[in-house]
Design a protein around this ligand. Structure first.
Ligand SMILES: Nc1ncnc2c1ncn2[C@@H]1O[C@H](COP(=O)(O)OP(=O)(O)OP(=O)(O)O)[C@@H](O)[C@H]1O
Length: 300
């Protein structure tokens, strides 16, 4: 079996502080992603999922800074790579989609042009060669009437179609890795299922690995082979998805699963239970993290 596509070791992100030690918001995050694998990072809001993904892409939100760690991709450390090299990889070998496509799409440019730009920038095609490829890319993400839609501006499309456009852009260059940060959180449940299916099918077809970030355990269960559970900027548990859902080891994961609303239960019941858990777990206890990490390949 070949090695990992991306091997993240001790990624630590924080805010430097001249007067003392930096404020760390993600600490010692280590996991790897195998070629073609769908790996899930799950955790509640603020646990550090997005910050980690952005750090991998060299896009830290200021004042956040990568303080230490490595992210090995094809023998190169993404975290130490010059900006220029990183720009060449981004959108080409590693691409990213976000919860809200409008933040990534240019509101003033037709979507066909925005997709075509990927082929011009990363594949060296001329604009006239790239345009038909953009229409094909729209067809591949099942956008109806792709010729017409290519001439639309982002605001003229529904949220679901905009997310499909983002996926078309992200997949245009057949990347090795797609980082999908809450890709369906802003969508209706039915559209959400369609977009998830699309991501899975396209990535399977292209052999693209996915780092899927979500606070939604249902989404993670549906999509992922392995899952890392994050809280407070730390990875608490890393398991095969099936094992995680049938036999969670970390008390925090157990709490997350117990807090899932079940059919027939009152909608708020789960939330109360999660709140109880917050009070009973001491997140600063030394054994809170890292005691339940099971390496890939070992029996869960
Ligand atoms: N630019 C920033 N400056 C300072 N702190 C930040 C910044 N961005 C994020 N943080 C903090 O870092 C922590 C992790 O945030 P992050 O966005 O990664 O969480 P998350 O797990 O992705 O949650 P969400 O899904 O709500 O975005 C949070 O405590 C957040 O307040």
């Amino acid at each position: 079996m070949s090695g990992p596509l991306l091997d993240i070791r001790s990624l630590t992100i924080g805010i430097p502080n001249r007067a003392g030690p930096p404020l760390e918001i993600v600490r010692d995050l280590s996991f790897d992603i195998m070629p073609g694998e769908v790996f899930g990072l799950v955790g509640e809001s603020g646990s550090g999922k997005s910050a980690s993904a952005l750090a991998l892409m060299g896009l830290n939100r200021r004042p956040l800074t990568t303080l230490r760690g490595q992210a090995l991709y094809g023998g190169q450390d993404l975290l130490a790579m010059p900006r220029r090299s990183m720009r060449k990889l981004r959108g080409n070998r590693i691409s990213m989609i976000f919860q809200e496509p409008m933040t990534a799409l240019n509101p003033l440019a037709r979507i066909g042009r925005q997709i075509a730009e990927m082929f011009v920038l990363h594949r060296g095609l001329s604009w006239s060669e790239a345009r038909p490829r953009a229409v094909e890319a729209l067809a591949a993400v099942q956008v109806p009437n792709p010729e017409d839609r290519a001439r639309a501006y982002p605001h003229q499309l529904s949220g679901g179609l905009r997310q499909r456009v983002m996926i078309a852009m992200a997949m245009a260059c057949r990347p090795d890795l797609l980082i999908a940060d809450e890709p369906t959180t802003a969508l209706d449940v039915t559209v959400q299922a369609e977009v998830l299916r699309l991501i899975r099918e396209l990535c399977e077809r292209e052999g693209t690995a996915v780092l899927l970030i979500s606070h939604d355990l249902g989404v993670i269960a549906q999509m992922c082979q392995r899952v890392g559970v994050m809280a407070n900027g730390r990875l608490l548990e890393l398991r095969d998805a099936r094992a995680l859902f049938t036999d969670p080891r970390h008390p925090y994961t157990r709490g997350l699963l117990a807090a899932l609303p079940r059919l027939g239960s009152r909608a708020t019941e789960g939330r109360h239970r999660l709140a109880d858990l917050d009070m009973t777990i001491d997140r600063n206890a030394p054994d809170f993290a890292a005691t339940h990490l099971i390496p890939r390949g070992e029996p869960a």
